[in-house]
Design a binder for this molecule. Structure first.
Ligand SMILES: Cc1cc2nc3c(=O)[nH]c(=O)nc-3n(C[C@H](O)[C@H](O)[C@H](O)COP(=O)(O)OP(=O)(O)OC[C@H]3O[C@@H](n4cnc5c(N)ncnc54)[C@H](O)[C@@H]3O)c2cc1C
Length: 405
């Protein structure tokens, strides 16, 4: 990985800085993946796509900008938006998880149909993986889909389904081959959320808001071609998506955005005129986290380079989710401390509450505890790092409770 800027890269940096200076008034607040994008967010997304500051390397025929893969270009763009505190575009489960999955294992028809509307923010996806009896042990999923008259007929229940209350589509992991061993009996379906027989019931988190849901399926019919790869190959596809989910949840650019926002907050004079940044204990806390954010960003550049070269990053890839979600929570914790007493009062309100800076940090602080669990808990990440990354012996399985096999 060569981080030297060529004249072409320096020109891009100037171009992005000039774009941000000219258009910053049109940008929505950074974040917002927890609600449906509004008109402002969609217009901003369209502008970023047009200039190649979003979906830069996705081929043009699928709605992207079609630029060749250049790690330094991606880093320059991400860095410019972070430094300016400007939204780098929409990041949600469809864009960051389903789109790369389809690019990797989808059919040509699926890529052409879904990638464009998804990256434009027009089609919102949710992830139907977890069930009441299978979270960490995802391959134990029991939601069934039987084939009848050219359709999958789905029955069962999912839980903790983020965004299901406003999503248009779900990527669903379900059991289509019940006679096969558990990992070989799964399929990965694309399901419209307005299909008859789907019921979504909200679940409230400690933020006081309903951000995820229970999703029930009763005889939901989906044409048999709405499957990614083949029947029984769902475990493979689900793991492709999980790979991208870990990167989304530990996203170093989000960490950089957060760090810059805290730095700006600590540079502001407080009520008595002094700045937190001038006090050694606060500066020390900030610098320690800055070191970790920088390490995460450089680690990401290495992963992007390896991805572009077709190298499997193995251990390097596994640690992103574990480290990134813990660090994001520690950053939100520092932000709340830096706000002092103004960070304390919290009134759980509707989605509009996220437009207020103090409330955003409070929500991040609480919601991030969930992200340490979501997408595979930290305990599970440590197992994966130990077993698949470091080649340590597998963790012994706990004995099944009496009466269960
Ligand atoms: C904010 C949030 C958003 C989410 N969004 C979605 C979503 O959109 N779609 C979706 O499908 N799911 C979603 N989830 C669910 C999430 O993926 C699961 O909560 C997670 O995989 C853990 O599963 P579980 O809750 O069933 O816990 P369990 O699997 O029951 O685990 C309970 C505890 O035991 C530990 N544990 C379990 N097995 C092991 C083991 N082998 N070794 C060591 N420790 C172990 C876990 O770490 C955990 O601490 C979300 C969760 C959260 C918190």
């Amino acid at each position: 990985m060569d981080l030297t800027l060529t004249p072409k890269h320096r020109a891009l940096r100037e171009e992005v800085d000039a774009f941000i200076a000219a258009h910053r008034g049109a940008a929505p607040r950074p974040g917002g993946g927890r609600k449906r994008p509004d008109r402002k967010a969609l217009d901003w997304q369209a502008l970023l796509l047009e200039h190649g500051y979003f979906a830069r390397t996705i081929p043009r025929e699928y709605g992207g900008f079609g630029a060749p893969h250049d790690v330094i270009e991606l880093a320059i763009i991400a860095d410019a938006f972070s430094r300016a505190g400007i939204s780098p575009g929409i990041h949600n489960q469809g864009i960051s998880m389903l789109v790369p999955t389809l690019l990797e294992v989808g059919t040509e028809e699926q890529k052409r149909r879904w990638i464009g509307p998804t990256i434009r923010g027009e089609v919102i996806w949710c992830q139907g993986y977890s069930e009441p009896g299978s979270g960490s042990d995802l391959a134990a999923a029991q939601t069934r889909a039987a084939v009848e008259d050219g359709h999958f007929v789905i029955n069962g229940q999912k839980i903790w389904t983020s965004s299901a209350h406003f999503a248009d589509m779900m990527f669903l992991l379900c059991r289509t081959e019940p006679e096969q061993p558990k990992h070989a009996g799964l399929s990965y379906l694309l399901v419209p959320m307005n299909a008859p027989g789907i019921e979504v019931r909200p679940l409230r988190t400690m933020t006081g808001r309903a951000e995820f849901n229970e999703t029930f399926f009763t005889d939901v019919r989906v044409p048999v071609d709405q499957i990614v790869m083949g029947r029984g190959q769902g475990w493979h596809v689900a793991n492709v998506t999980l790979k991208y989910e870990r990167l989304l949840l530990g996203d170093p650019n989000k960490l950089q955005q957060r760090f810059e926002a805290i730095r700006r907050m600590m540079e502001q004079p407080g009520a008595e005129g002094s700045r937190l940044l001038d006090r050694a204990e606060w500066r020390d806390r900030l610098l320690r986290l800055q070191g970790e954010v920088m390490a995460a960003r450089h680690h990401n550049l290495r992963l992007l380079t390896e991805q572009a070269e077709g190298v499997d990053s193995g251990l390097g890839r596994f640690i992103v989710k574990y480290h990134g979600t813990m660090l994001a929570h520690r950053l939100a914790s520092l932000a709340l401390d830096a706000m002092g007493s103004s960070g304390l009062p919290y009134e759980p309100q509707g989605e509009a509450a996220e437009d207020d800076a103090a409330t955003t940090w409070q929500i991040d602080y609480m919601y991030d505890i969930g992200l340490i669990i979501g997408g595979g808990s930290s305990n599970i990440q440590k197992n994966i790092i130990g077993e698949r990354g470091l080649g340590l012996p597998r963790e012994p399985k706990a004995a099944a409770p009496a009466g269960r096999n």
